[in-house]
Design a protein around this ligand. Structure first.
Ligand SMILES: NC(=O)c1ccc[n+]([C@@H]2O[C@H](COP(=O)([O-])OP(=O)(O)OC[C@H]3O[C@@H](n4cnc5c(N)ncnc54)[C@H](O)[C@@H]3O)[C@@H](O)[C@H]2O)c1
Length: 379
């Protein structure tokens, strides 16, 4: 029998955006094999998809309940060891909860749940289950993001004084101006997405990222969101002012109507001594800015990078690492945890990050709805 970790997948079928990313990422360090799952709510579709990607169909289940009961009936060493939840948002909580209650390790897509309350329930379930739980804030796996984190922690830019993060996309622009299309997109349906579209989908990546790289926690937010149409109840653009403390402040700009933008995610952290800048569309470059000095560009794979960054680099310098590699690094961290190997706590985002993310989404929407007022992030 293969010694690889047996991975099951929920969602991520042929029609999905994110399935391929998880499948490739999980294979990247030869640590996992996909053994089955429920790729699609239609069983026939799931079976066809499994055949198309060359997975035996004997562990392609009708639904999650069948997966749990049939997997638990297998001898322990054959059972799925971890399940990735890649379905639309509203299914993350019920699926992850059931999996944790039945002793499975879980890798869950973001946003972790649809409400903060659900997130807190999931936290309790995890405490009782004593399993491994990761949330895929994918971008935290990039080698140069890990390097940014380590440089800030080592004091290389001095005390952080300004944070600026932007995540601009334009994909909703052709949808939002067409009433039929905007009524038929799950991300604009609060029943499927939760209370927010833009802040919930990409604002949450940006929020997690700034806390990840700075090691600081946002204390208060003031949000101004845009919905564009009266019949659209979901934000599709949001600017959020952030307060970490009296003298550390920042801004988070997220948009899905930044016409023509693709995945323009840019993270800029400025300290007393220097600044660091990184852009997702050119993720192999980390820019170091200093007073009166030429800008320096740091790249992956060089010995000057931290151990955490180098652990996420597979090839010598000059071979670009991208989004698949970034997710691959998260899967690698989870594999180490499952196998009880030593790992750095920054190798994969956890329940705490998922909870902070849900807290942020709710507080940003609350701030906007109360007339753009400061709201504390209590936890
Ligand atoms: N980490 C990231 O960078 C990132 C990027 C994109 C999407 N996501 C997240 O991934 C999740 C999925 O997004 P997507 O864009 O792939 O969505 P999608 O709509 O493209 O795909 C959803 C998939 O889930 C399947 N599905 C739906 N109901 C199901 C059920 N009951 N059982 C099994 N499968 C079911 C669908 O058939 C489809 O294959 C979302 O929560 C989204 O926020 C994360």
């Amino acid at each position: 029998m293969s010694s690889k970790i047996k991975l099951g997948i929920l969602g991520g079928g042929g029609d999905s955006l994110i399935g391929i990313l998880h499948r490739v990422a999980s294979a990247m360090y030869d640590r996992y094999e996909v053994v089955g799952g429920v790729f699609n709510p239609e069983h026939e579709e799931s079976l066809n998809f499994a055949k198309a990607i060359g997975i035996p169909t004997n562990r392609i289940y009708k639904d999650l309940d069948h997966l749990i009961s049939e997997e638990k009936a297998l001898p322990q060493e054959e059972r799925m060891q971890v399940i990735s939840v890649l379905t639309p948002n509203f299914l993350h909580f019920p699926m992850a909860k059931k999996l944790l209650e039945n002793g499975f390790n879980v890798i869950c897509e973001k946003p972790m749940t649809t409400t903060y309350e659900e997130a807190k329930i999931l936290e309790k379930t995890l405490e009782q289950s004593k399993t491994i739980f990761a949330v895929t804030y994918t971008y935290t796996g990039y080698p140069m993001i890990r390097q940014m984190k380590e440089m800030i922690a080592a004091g290389e830019i001095g005390k952080v004084q300004k944070v600026d993060v932007q995540y601009y996309q334009g994909w909703i622009n052709p949808i939002i101006h067409d009433s039929e299309k905007r009524a038929n997109t799950w991300r604009l349906d609060p029943e499927k997405s939760g209370i927010s579209c833009c802040v919930g989908d990409i604002g949450t990546h940006a929020f997690d990222m700034i806390e990840y790289v700075t090691g600081l926690e946002v204390q208060e937010v003031l949000a101004d969101l845009n919905y564009l149409y009266e019949d659209n109840v979901m934000d599709i653009d949001g600017t959020v002012l952030l307060r970490f403390s009296e003298h550390v402040k920042g801004v988070l700009r997220s948009s899905q109507i930044a016409t023509g933008e693709e995945n323009n995610f840019a993270v800029k952290i400025y300290g007393e001594k220097a600044g660091l800048k990184w852009e997702q569309e050119n993720p192999n470059y980390l820019y170091l800015l200093e007073d009166g000095q030429p800008m320096r560009v740091l790249k992956p794979g060089h010995a000057y990078n931290s151990e955490l960054s180098l652990d996420g680099t597979k090839l010598p310098p000059g071979h670009p690492e991208g989004i698949f590699d970034s997710m691959g690094n998260i899967y690698k961290g989870v594999a180490k945890a499952i196998r009880n190997e030593d790992y750095h706590p920054a190798e994969f985002p956890t329940m705490k990050d998922g909870i902070r993310g849900m807290n942020f989404i709710e507080k940003a929407v609350e701030s906007h709805k109360k007339g753009n007022v400061w709201v504390s992030i209590t936890e």
